[in-house]
Structure formats: C-alpha cells, structure tokens
Ligand binder design. Structure first.
Ligand code: FES
Ligand SMILES: [Fe+2]
Length: 341
C-alpha cells in the first residue's frame, strides 16, 4: 500500500536507480520507493513499466499478476493494466479506468523510476542524473538495504572518521592525522580528506599497487537531486622524487534511495582503471573489486544496524569536526530533494 504519510514522498519526483535491469524479467516485482508501493514489470516487447501496486478493483497486489503481451493481468479477476496505467476490464469495455503510472527509463544497467510532476507530460521528464565517467572502466553495481532512515544513512557516508574503526581496506589510519577541507555550493557539498592509509590485508598486491604506508585521499561530492555521492579515491606513495600518484584509483557512486521512513537502499556503481590485460580484467579484476566494495558496504550496513537511536534529528548529538558537512547535507536534502515542486 502507498504510505501517504512517508516523509520522503515528495522525493519521488526525482529519478531513482531502483533495480538492475537484469533483475526485471516477465515476473512482476513489488518494490517500495519513498513509501510508495510499486509493481514493476516488463512487457513482452521488453518495455519496463512501473505502476501503483494495488489493483483498484478489490485491492489485489498486482505483483501477483501475470504479464500477457503488453499488459499485466491482475491475478484476482483478470483486469488488464498497460504500461501507461490504462486499465481494461473485460466486463466494462466502455469504462475508462486509470492506474497511477510512473516514468521508467533504463540506462547504465539500471531501471530508473520517478513520479511525473503534477502538470507534466510523460515526455517532459528531466534527464537522468549524470556523474563523471572519465577514463575508468565500470566494475559493476551493488544494492544494499539499510535499516535506517535516509538522513542517518547519508550521514554515515558523508564523514570518513568511521573508516578507521569500521572498515577493513579503504580508510584512514588515524582521524587525527587527516586533513579536512569543505567546499559548499548551493546544490552540492564537496569534502576532501587526506591522510595516511590504514593497514589492510594485502591479498591483491599483484594487481593493486596501493600499500599500507601510502597517503590516501578521498574527494567526494554529494548532490541531492536525488541524493548521490561520487567518491574519487586516490593513493600516493613517497619516493626519492617526492610524492607520486599510484596508478590504481577508485570512483564509487552511491545513490541513497529512501524506500520507507525507516529503510534506505544504496545503489552503488564502481569504476576502476584497467588492472589486468584483455578479458582477464572483466573476468577477474572487476568481480574482485566489486566483492571488496560490497564487503566494505556491508560493514557500513552492519554499523548502521547497531545504532541505538535512529531519530534523524541532529540537535541532540555531540558532533565532531568531521560532522560539519552532515548539517550542510541535511539543509540541501530538505531544500532540493524534499522541497516542494
Ligand atoms: S482485484 Fe484486481 S481485478 Fe479484481
Ligand atoms: Fe563507511
């Protein structure tokens, strides 16, 4: 059921990368987004579609239905739903009925969903979010579900103080030795952290040239249309000629999707340089990089699940120097993501 009281409802007007395209076949799927229960399905011609989940007739979940040709058949009495939401009832062929339909696009291996604006025609949809692609290669995408509200989840990803304690590979040895710089723009925040890399297991030394005594720099920008952070992570080593940039680097793009008031989805895209020649890179290096990233993200998910208080209100918190950006992000989240249309 749609949750009209969900405090993220207004965010639905932004594009959200909800699901990898490969996960949507002919079988309809139930999916929450901003408290809205959706049914996603793919028609016989391959078009992905998203409708409000509940059949207006007698409230059957359309996720129990079946795709026939270009329509989704309700499992209860067989009313038929097209991708644009038009309903045909075999017993009332002359009656025009409409189910709420959502805009859907497929790009970058993802299914993107948004609610059309109130006065908007479907073709007027804004462009999908973009982020730097550069010279790096895509190493895949991961989804994680966090048992915490959007703000609390975003807070976790917008400070790196916790990387010393929570993470295993990517992070700083000692937060006291980390340089912090903030760049605040009306629609985005940029944080730059730099300091000694923490010790980490050296299983992949053969093709990743970062070492425990390197200098780690994490430069990340957060936007709010929808909430997404692009992390640019680089390493430097000190040699006789001074500091030299390592060849290996990472770009991690994390989208924060509120599914409900208390649950947030992370849709994460990972990019790396080529580290192995030819197809070996795709077969071996990319899956390993993706597995390490998924593991690190699970550590974030686990930490968030252990919070004793999920109230997003920051007023009663004792904040440290790394937390300044949290307040800035909250303001922009409110104004840009949740602000009125
Ligand atoms: S409940 Fe869907 S057709 Fe009757
Ligand atoms: Fe983290």
């Amino acid at each position: 059921m749609a949750d009209a009281a969900c405090r993220y409802r207004s965010g639905l007007r932004h594009w959200h990368p909800l699901l990898p395209s490969r996960r949507l076949g002919r079988r309809p799927r139930r999916q929450l987004l901003c408290g809205q229960a959706l049914v996603l399905f793919r028609t016989a011609s391959g078009q992905a579609a998203a409708l409000a989940e509940v059949c207006p007739h007698r409230r059957m979940s359309l996720a129990a239905g079946t795709v026939r040709g270009e329509q989704l058949l309700c499992a209860y009495h067989g009313w038929r739903f097209a991708a644009d939401g038009s309903i045909s009832c075999p017993l009332m062929p002359a009656v025009a009925l409409q189910q709420q339909a959502f805009q859907v696009r497929e790009a970058d291996g993802l299914i993107w969903v948004r609610r059309p604006g109130k006065s908007e025609q479907p073709h007027e949809a804004p462009p999908l979010p973009s982020w730097p692609r550069g010279d790096l290669l895509p190493a895949g995408l991961t989804l994680h579900t966090v048992a915490a509200p959007l703000e609390v989840t975003l807070d976790n990803f917008t400070e790196t103080e916790h990387t010393t304690t929570i993470h295993q590979v990517f992070g700083f040895r000692d937060p006291a030795a980390v340089t912090l710089r903030l760049e605040l723009e009306p629609a985005s925040t940029r944080v730059w952290n730099s300091g000694p890399q923490k010790a980490f297991p050296r299983l992949f030394d053969a093709f990743i040239d970062i070492r425990p005594h390197d200098h780690f720099a994490n430069d990340w920008t957060t936007r709010f249309d929808p909430p997404l952070t692009v992390f640019e992570q680089t390493w430097q080593t000190q040699g006789r000629g001074g500091w030299r940039r390592r060849r290996f680097r990472l770009r991690v793009v994390v989208f924060f999707l509120p599914l409900s008031d208390t649950t947030t989805q992370l849709t994460t895209l990972l990019y790396t340089p080529r580290v192995l020649p030819g197809p070996l890179h795709g077969w071996l290096a990319a899956p390993i990089a993706r597995a390490i990233m998924a593991y690190e993200l699970r550590l974030d998910v686990k930490a968030l699940a252990q919070l004793a208080d999920l109230n997003p209100d920051l007023c009663a918190r004792t904040l440290g120097p790394f937390d300044r950006v949290l307040l800035e992000n909250r303001r922009r989240l409110q104004m840009i993501y949740l602000g009125t249309e």
